[in-house]
Write a protein that binds this ligand. Structure first.
Ligand code: PRP
Ligand code: URA
Length: 208
C-alpha cells in the first residue's frame, strides 16, 4: 500500500480554511467539494489514454481519450457525501455506490447500516471517499465489504488522516493505495483527529 500526501498549494490552502473553527457550514461544504475535485485531479494523473480519430473543423487527427477501467466512487455515509459532487464535476460518468457506516461513540467500532453498489463493481476502479481517517475502523470495514461484493481495484481518498488509521488500513488492506491532503499528529482521547477539523459530518450538514 502506498500513502500519498497531495501537497498541491491549492489543496493545502483550502484545507487550512476547512480546518478553521470559524468556517461556517456553507463555506465548509464548498471547500470540501473544491478540495475533493483537486485531489481527484491529482489521483487520476496516471489514468491510461487511447487514441481515436476525430474530425476537427479543419482536419482529421488522432486525439486522446480515457481508456481502461471505468471509475466508481464510494462515499462512506454520511461525511463522504460531501466529497462526491466535486469529483463528479471532473468525472461525470463515474457511477456512485454508497456505504453507510457510523462509528459507535463508545467502542469507536464501525456499524454498517446501508450498502448499494453499481452492479459491475468488479470491473470498476473504485475510489472510496471519506474526509476523515481516524482509527481507520470505518475505512477498513468499508474496504472489507466492498471486497466481499467483488471489488478488486480500490483506492482510498481522505482529507485528513491520523497515523493510527493509516497503520490499520495499511495492515488490513496492503493492496489499497491511500491518498490524503494531510497526516495529522494523533487521535485524542475521544478518537478525534488532532488538530483535525472536528466532526466532518456535523460540520458539513450543520447538525451540531
Ligand atoms: C466519521 C468519518 C469517518 C469516521 C472516521 O464518520 O466521516 O467515516 O468517522 O472514524 P474512524 O476512522 O475512527 O472509523 P461518523 O462515524 O462520525 O459518521 P457520520 O459521517 O455519519 O457523521
Ligand atoms: N470523525 C470525524 O468526523 N472527525 C474526527 O476527527 C474523527 C472521526
Amino acid at each position: 500500500m502506498g500513502v500519498y500526501v497531495l501537497d498541491h498549494p491549492l489543496i493545502q490552502h483550502k484545507l487550512t480554511y476547512i480546518r478553521r473553527k470559524k468556517t461556517g457550514t456553507k463555506a465548509f461544504r464548498e471547500l470540501v467539494e473544491e478540495v475533493s475535485a483537486l485531489m481527484a485531479y491529482e489521483i487520476t494523473r496516471e489514468m491510461p489514454l487511447e487514441e481515436i480519430t476525430i474530425e476537427t473543423p479543419v482536419a482529421t487527427m488522432e486525439s486522446k481519450i480515457l481508456s481502461g477501467k471505468k471509475l466508481g466512487l464510494v462515499p462512506i455515509l454520511r461525511a463522504g457525501l460531501g466529497m462526491v459532487d466535486g469529483i463528479l464535476r471532473l468525472i461525470p460518468a463515474a457511477k456512485v455506490g454508497h456505504i453507510g457506516l457510523y462509528r459507535d461513540p463508545e467502542t469507536l467500532e464501525p456499524v454498517q447500516y446501508y450498502a448499494k453498489m453499481p452492479s459491475d463493481i468488479e470491473e470498476r476502479e473504485l475510489i472510496v471517499i471519506d474526509p476523515m481517517l481516524a482509527t481507520g475502523g470505518s475505512a477498513a470495514e468499508a474496504l472489507i465489504r466492498l471486497k466481499e461484493m467483488g471489488a478488486r481495484n480500490l483506492k482510498l481518498m481522505c482529507l485528513v488522516a491520523a497515523p493510527e488509521g493509516i497503520e490499520r488500513v495499511q495492515h488490513e488492506h496492503p493492496d489499497v493505495d491511500l491518498y490524503v491532503a494531510a497526516i495529522d499528529e494523533r487521535l485524542n482521547e475521544h478518537g478525534y483527529i488532532t488538530p483535525g477539523l472536528g466532526d466532518a459530518g456535523d460540520r458539513l450538514f450543520g447538525t451540531r
